[in-house]
Design a protein around this ligand. Structure first.
Ligand SMILES: Nc1ncnc2c1ncn2[C@@H]1O[C@H](COP(=O)(O)OP(=O)(O)O)[C@@H](O)[C@H]1O
Ligand SMILES: [Mg+2]
Length: 346
């Protein structure tokens, strides 16, 4: 291992006590200041004539949960497989957890720094959860004491400690998937890749797994999540990248919504009159207004900042409002709009 290039670990150990100053850690400015965990530039993969991933550039900071969102065949798995050095890239470059992807000298170190939940997980069903984790931990070269500690913390965190000696085959689907994620975490990697962790799970099992990922997020783990579930991306991820062979857009769900759609504020009135409408036109200019009966839709850029101004304008104009609420488009609207735009490069 070459000294000086390793990633500095600034979060608690796996399943360990949570940091106290959570609000400080979650401050976006602090997140932005964190070291880069993934830095990919022009990453491309071709299979014969097919370009599966085309010049993808992205950065993920320490402590961030980044979601790669795209339909089947978009290139999500291929991207993760390149980043984790499971397949070679055709062109481009990437640094992952301080290791240069594709550089044979960094290969082993990369393996130690990252955890991967692949699309199809294989656990030993006849073996217990404890044995499964122990086996994979040994493969990672952990010493017995560290391994025992890591396994216990993970199984307790998953509320599976009491069931640790039961065969995994007797677990529910959601529990199995949690064990599979724990397997990816048993060597306490600094960066976790999850490839569609809730695909093929029933809604209840998917929720169990999603809650576990949220628990990992609270630990401030860096997670790269592939998903085609929009609500999953929205609930879990700090930022999402929308992929369709090319990376079409990257941003927080809020940014993407605002950038691609604009937000609207709905104001409902007890009654409406011509003078009220005229007064509001003046007071709310230059915003675009749309009246639907006693309901007014106001286009806003930043609802948080502008809604109080709108409320004041309504009162000053003598309006009697019965409701004022933010109407944000869903990430789904944004996603569908992007995915159905013309083919990239066409
Ligand atoms: N080993 C491979 N050989 C040939 N084509 C592949 C291979 N792996 C993936 N592809 C193709 O690359 C494209 C992207 O696939 P994939 O990365 O699995 O997408 P996703 O994970 O977003 O569903 C698809 O068209 C797929 O058929
Ligand atoms: Mg896939």
């Amino acid at each position: 291992m070459r000294p000086g290039k390793c990633v500095v670990r600034s979060r608690p150990p796996v399943g360990g006590p949570r940091p106290q100053a959570l609000e400080v850690l979650f401050d976006p400015a602090v997140l932005r200041a964190g070291p880069q965990m993934i830095d990919a530039e022009g990453l491309t993969k071709t299979f014969g004539d097919l370009t599966a991933v085309d010049r993808v550039s992205l950065r993920v900071r320490e402590g961030e949960v980044f979601g790669l969102l795209g339909p089947n065949g978009a290139g999500k798995t291929t991207t993760v497989r390149m980043l984790t050095s499971l397949i070679s890239k055709s062109s481009g470059s990437a640094t992952v957890a301080g290791c240069e992807v594709g550089n044979a000298r960094d290969e082993l170190r990369l393996r130690r720094q990252i955890g991967i939940l692949p699309e199809n997980v294989g656990l030993y069903e006849a073996a217990s959860a404890y044995q499964n984790l122990e086996y994979f931990g040994r493969l990672q070269g952990l010493d017995a004491a560290t391994l025992r500690g890591n396994i216990e913390r993970l199984l307790r965190m998953m509320e599976l400690w009491e069931k640790r000696d039961l065969p995994v085959g007797s677990y529910s689907k959601g529990m199995k998937q949690k064990v599979a994620i724990a397997r990816a975490l048993v060597h306490d990697p600094v960066l976790l890749f999850l490839d569609e962790p809730t695909a093929n799970l029933d809604p209840e099992a998917a929720k169990t797994v999603r809650d576990f990922i949220l628990e990992l997020k609270r630990e401030r783990r860096t997670i790269f999540l592939n998903t085609h579930h929009l609500d999953e991306a929205e609930r879990i991820c700090d930022r999402v990248g929308i992929l369709r062979t090319r990376l079409l857009r990257v941003g927080s769900p809020e940014q993407l919504r605002a950038e691609l759609w604009g937000n609207r504020t709905l104001v409902r009135f007890a009654s409406v009159s011509e003078p009220l409408q005229a007064a509001l036109r003046d007071r709310l200019a230059p915003r675009h207004l749309e009246w639907q009966g006693r309901t007014l839709l106001v286009e806003v850029r930043d609802a948080e900042r502008e809604n109080p101004e709108i409320a004041e304008a309504v009162l000053a104009a003598g309006g009697k409002l019965t409701e004022l609420s933010a109407l944000a488009p869903s990430l789904e609207d944004v996603y569908l709009k992007l995915i159905h735009e013309k083919e990239p490069g066409a």
